[in-house]
Design a protein around this ligand. Structure first.
Ligand code: COA
Length: 165
């Protein structure tokens, strides 16, 4: 079943996670590094934010703003000269907000084997031109993994909002 069929009303049809899946490739240059020659965390965080924002924007069809980034850890170093792959996927769409996961991997130059270096969960809010939150299109998970991601995101959202309160 296509998830891109235009809806009869103003409400867009539910959209599959694959529709907004985002892949970005970067090269870690000296200006992206800290004094020991590995990635400067703030640079990686800005790439994560951009990758997540593109996935959110592809899902919503509008500019979505970052409301929150969950606690995140840098799991493995990225060195100058490494190719860095970022992937962003919408895990769940709530009323006006979305949970987007961004994974960061470094790629071995010879084997192209990938190592997970960071895994981030971001919340984006779908906004209108005046900056007011507006309903986001529903998400239509198609695989068991995508359905599980929705369930996990629902639990995390409850914890996230409790923390905010
Ligand atoms: C994010 C923002 C739009 C929320 O606005 P608001 O007036 O609090 O709006 P609401 O209370 O209606 O919340 C809107 C949605 O955001 C979610 N939200 C708000 N703050 C959140 C937080 N800290 N964590 C997770 N979700 C959050 C709400 O749960 C709601 O989602 P839902 O509609 O799916 O239930 C507003 O705080 C804002 O503009 N912040 C600055 C965003 C920004 O500049 N980002 C770039 C930073 S560099």
């Amino acid at each position: 079943m296509s998830t891109d069929t235009p809806a009869q009303s103003d409400t867009p049809a539910p959209r599959a996670p694959s529709r907004s899946f985002t892949e970005m490739t970067e090269l870690l240059l000296p200006q992206h590094a800290n004094v020991v020659g590995t990635a400067f965390g703030g640079v990686v965080l800005s790439w994560i934010d951009v990758c997540g924002a593109i996935a959110a924007q592809r899902h919503c069809g509008r500019i979505a703003v970052t409301a929150a980034i969950d606690d995140m850890q840098f799991l493995a170093p990225i060195r100058v000269g490494d190719v860095v792959r970022l992937t962003g996927r919408v895990n769940a769409a709530f009323r006006t907000s979305l949970e987007v996961e961004v994974q960061v991997e470094r790629e071995d130059r010879k084997t192209m084997e990938r190592t997970l270096c960071a895994d981030a969960l971001l919340t984006f809010v779908n906004r209108d031109e005046e900056g007011h939150p507006v309903p986001s299109p529903a998400l239509a998970p198609e695989t068991d993994d995508e359905r599980q991601r929705v369930q996990d995101a629902i639990e995390r959202r409850a914890a996230r909002l409790a923390k905010k309160r």
